[in-house]
Structure formats: C-alpha cells, structure tokens
Design a protein around this ligand. Structure first.
Ligand code: G4P
Length: 529
C-alpha cells in the first residue's frame, strides 16, 4: 500500500468523539462499557473504581496524585468493528473547567447522554452550545432505562425544544424500570432483548427479526402489541434518520438503554461507526486543511500540568489534523517559528500511557512541554498554518487576587501569565483600578491556580469574591461607536491576559441591557487564541 492509500484508509477508519452530559447522567459508566466493547478492558469496574473518591478530590494535592492515573482516561483509543475510536474525556463534576469546552473543539462528533428520569439538564445545555459553534454532529443516548423514566416521547420533545435539534429515534424502548425488556431498532427492523445481570460483560445480543414476528408476542406478551401501537404514533410524530442533517448538526439519532446494565451501548457505538464523520477538514487562518493531505499538522487543545508526580511534567494534547506523526519527526512550532524534533510523544492506546511509533488524523498525541507550548498552538511539517476554532470561553466565575506579600508582584504576574497561557485560568485587568481578576468556568480551577502559584511560583494570595457575572470580548468596526461605548462602559472594561478589550458584566441583565443599547458593538462569548 502506498503512503497515500494508507493515509486515506487510516482517516476512513477514525472516529473521534467526546461525551457531553450533566454530572450523574452516566458518563463514567458508559465510558467503561465503551471500553469493554472495545476490548480495552476485560471486566467493567476498572474505570468506575477510580472515581469512588471523586467527591474528595476538591484539592489539587489529591487531584495531582490522581493525575498519573486519570491521564489514562483523558484520551482512550480502542478498536470497534473495523474502526479506530478515539474517545476524549470531558472533565465533569468538580474538575469541570475550560478544558471541558476545549476538548469539544478537538472532536468530530459527540455522544450526548441523557438521564431518562431527568431529561435535559443545565450542563448538557451549556456543552451543546459549545458543540453548536462548529455544528458538531451529536448522537444521543437516553440512559437508565432499568429505572422508571419519563415518557420517551416527552423526552424527545424536550431535546428538540430545549436544545433546538431534531430527534430521530433509532431504537425505541420496550417498557422501563422493572418492565424494561429491551429495544426495537427502527432502522434494522429488529428487537434486541435485555437480559439482566450482564452489566460487567459482553454477551451475544438476543434478537428477534421483524416488528410483526409472532416470536415477539410470545416473549414480550402484551408489550409487543403496545409497542406496535406506540411506534405508529412515534413514526407519525418524529423524524426519520437523515444522514445529511445529522452530519450538519441539525438532527440527532437517539438510542435508549442502560449503561449500568450494559445494554444499548453497542448500538450507539455502531451508530458512530456507521454514521459519524471521519476526521473533518479543519479551518486554518491561511486555508482549509484536509485530513488526507500528506503533510503533518495538528493543534494543541489542552495542557495538563504535573500529571506524573514523579516527573512533574506537563503534557500538551495535540489533535492531529492531517498527515502522519512518526516517532522522531521534525515539526514546526509555528508560533515560535522553531523546529522541534519529537521523539517521545505519548499515545493513549487502550487506555495505557505508552510511547508511540505513529499516529494519524483524528488521533491525539501527548507532547512533553516545558513551558513553550500554549493552548491553540499549531504544529506542522513545514508550512506556516494557524488553526482556528480553539477559543477562550467566557468564564462565569470570578475571584479578585490579592498578594499576601506585596513584594512578590513580579512572580505573581509571571505565574498568572504562564498559567493563563496553559489554559488553567483567565486573567482580567480592569481599567479603573489595579485589580487582577481571575476567571474560570469550574470552581476547582481556582484551587488549582492557588496551589500552583504557591508551589511553582512561591506566591501566596487571597482570593476574594468580586461582582462580575460573566465577560464578553468587545469588537466594533466603527471606531467612533466603539469610543462612545468605551466612554460609557469605562468602569466595566478590562483587558484580558492577551491585551484584548473585555466587558465585565456585573449581571446577565446588565449585559442584556448593554447589548440592546449598543447594537453595533459585538459582545463575543468566545475569543480565538
Ligand atoms: P457521571 O460520570 O455522568 O457523573 O455518571 P456515573 O457514570 O458516575 O453514573 C452516576 C450514577 O448513575 C452512578 O450511581 C451509576 O451507577 C448510575 N448509573 C449509570 N448508568 C445507570 C443505568 O443505566 N441505570 C441505573 N440504574 N443507574 C445508572 P451512583 O450510586 O452515584 O454511583 P456508584 O456508587 O454506583 O458508583
């Protein structure tokens, strides 16, 4: 096989996705079952046990100790059917951070997990907003069918109205809770029957072909006839699956099941293999880059610090956009205009942190970073490219930083500059005073910054509440109007770590009023690196 053919085949086999969900909907359980189906773990229970102390992980020390382990679940590569799956973990619970958002900029599709009893929840809404920036195709899984859930039709209505995306049911549940018997697959015209007690292992599917097969009545009793009636209703009221709409992010195929019972997860995986996009072309400032281009290129979407307590290293996570990574390859670090030789990139095959020989578009590799790599950096074989679409996201939590020792101001500046380049936090400097304001999307980010400032920069600070609800980056083509706005909004204006003009809104209502009052000003909730 020629290199071109091999590259095309590797691209065609890749599916790179992440899970979006509200805490407790079942992301961890489903991840574990995906790994089980991918034969990356032998028995379910390994991922889960690591999380048992997640609620105690609210200080960075404890987190740091876990990092050596949790890195193995940051990116998980495993085979399924004839595809190679890259599953990217989106930090949730206390470790929810801007990294969660940025991870979504590095995938080609996403799995939305909904708790069947709860429906669409806050965090899912936010994560969907991020997916929408790139019209990321979404596959949905309604989980916990082994419990009483809400009316499935009502759930689909809620997804449609709250998230603004069409639903196309692919499977439909037969009962729920104690009466949960399995699903009927609308596309395959086949029943899949649920057997309890196999949550930790793979068993062959028990199937009945054909909706009107009398075998279904024999096994399901009245539930078979009820299902047929229900399906008539469903098919009348909902959408049938349309690949083009799915790929455009306008329609989501919906599956039902129970992650805990390991039922339905394989249907979802097959959905990804059959329908989810292979690595997509990617927009750079200069041009669009196709994955099948021979020249290597990729961008950094996440930097994880001190992951290995023994080495105190930082790992930059790079998503490959085109070409092939090979051990020892020379790459251009475009922002620095420097050539670097990468001999020891990490891969995440089967959940293990292992040294890597080669990797392809859609794959994530880990580069050792000694402070020269920032979020959003592009690496290429030899071309000057800057990938777009790896933005800063408007923080929603804020703290004012005050030094305990005023003589350490230089160290504080340096620390905050480096930590913000790494994406650990964002920094804002108001125009009316000399305050330094930290912004984050997850509260643990402040603990991480406090800990790292103390440990790595020897700076101790006090972190005080401050009256800011959110920020927006300000732009306006009309200089006169911009100046008028600057005068009026002076007390709320600040510069971010990159020197960009931002508006610090004391409340959502205030923001809305300002947006209405100044229609020519762009209040952007994201900023490109
Ligand atoms: P998360 O990562 O999205 O936060 O969710 P996680 O998988 O940890 O699941 C949250 C809780 O929901 C867990 O229970 C988990 O066992 C349960 N769960 C996940 N999938 C299903 C399902 O299909 N059916 C049922 N009945 N429960 C499910 P927990 O009691 O909070 O945790 P644990 O003590 O079991 O670890």
């Amino acid at each position: 096989m020629s290199f071109t053919e091999q590259l095309a085949a590797e691209v065609a086999s890749r599916r790179t996705f992440a899970i979006i969900s509200h805490p407790d909907a079942g992301k961890t359980t489903i991840t574990e079952k995906l790994l089980l189906w991918g034969k990356a773990i032998q028995v379910a229970g390994t991922v889960k046990s690591r999380k048992s102390d997640r609620h105690a992980a609210s200080d960075w020390m404890a987190m740091e100790q876990q990092r050596g382990i949790s890195i193995t679940t940051s990116v998980m590569q495993f085979p399924y059917r004839d595809a190679t799956i890259n599953l990217l973990d989106t930090p949730g619970h206390e470790d929810f951070s801007e990294d969660t958002y940025r991870t979504l900029t590095a995938v080609d599709s996403a799995l939305m997990v909904i708790d069947g009893a709860k429906g669409v929840e806050d965090r899912t809404i936010k994560l969907m907003e991020v997916c929408r920036l790139r019209d990321t195709p979404i596959v949905s899984f309604v989980n916990k069918l082994d419990r009483e859930i809400r009316d499935p039709i009502e759930l689909l209505d809620e997804i449609e109205s709250v998230l603004g995306i069409e639903c196309a049911p692919i499977t439909w549940p037969i009962g729920a809770g104690r009466d949960f018997k399995g699903v009927y697959h609308l596309v395959e015209d086949r029943f899949y029957l649920f057997s309890q007690g196999h949550g930790h292992e793979i068993i062959p599917d028990r199937c009945i072909d054909g909706l009107n097969n009398p075998e279904a009545d024999a096994i399901l009793g009245d539930q078979a006839a009820e299902l047929r009636d229900m399906l008539e209703l469903v098919q009348g009221a909902s959408h049938s699956f349309d690949l083009a709409l799915f790929r455009a992010g306008k329609q989501t195929p919906v599956f039902f099941g129970t992650a805990l019972g390991n039922f339905g997860v394989n249907h979802v995986l097959s959905g990804f293999v059959d329908w989810a996009p292979t690595p997509l072309a990617r927009q750079a400032a200069q041009r669009v880059v196709e994955p099948t281009e021979p020249g290597f290129s990729g961008f950094v979407f996440k930097i994880q610090a001190n992951m290995d307590p023994k080495h105190r290293d930082r790992i930059a996570f790079l998503r490959i956009c085109s070409g092939r990574y090979q051990k020892g390859v020379k790459m251009q670090h475009v922002r620095l205009g420097k050539e670097v030789r990468v001999a020891d990139a990490l891969t995440f095959l089967a959940g293990e942190r292992a040294h890597l020989e080669e990797a392809w578009p859609g794959d994530i590799i880990g580069l050792h970073n000694h402070g020269t790599i920032q979020i959003g950096d592009t690496f290429t074989e030899n071309e000057t490219l800057q990938f777009l679409g790896i933005p800063h996201f408007a923080p929603e939590m804020f703290r004012r930083v005050r030094l305990r020792d005023p003589l350490k101001s230089k160290q504080l500046q340096k620390g905050l500059k480096e930590l913000s380049e790494e994406g650990a936090t964002q920094v804002f400097m108001p125009q009316i005073n000399n305050d330094l304001i930290l912004g984050a999307v997850g509260v643990l980010q402040f603990d991480v910054v406090a800990f790292r400032l103390k440990e790595e920069y020897k700076v101790e600070c006090v972190y005080e509440p401050v009256n800011v609800a959110t920020v927006r980056w300000i732009q306006c083509a009309d200089e006169r109007k911009l100046n008028e706005f600057k005068k009026k909004a002076h007390d709320q204006l600040s510069l971010d770590g990159g020197g960009h003009l931002t508006y610090l809104a004391p409340s959502r209502v205030n923001l809305q009023i300002m947006q209405e009052r100044y229609p020519d000003i762009i209040f952007s909730p994201t900023r490109e690196h």
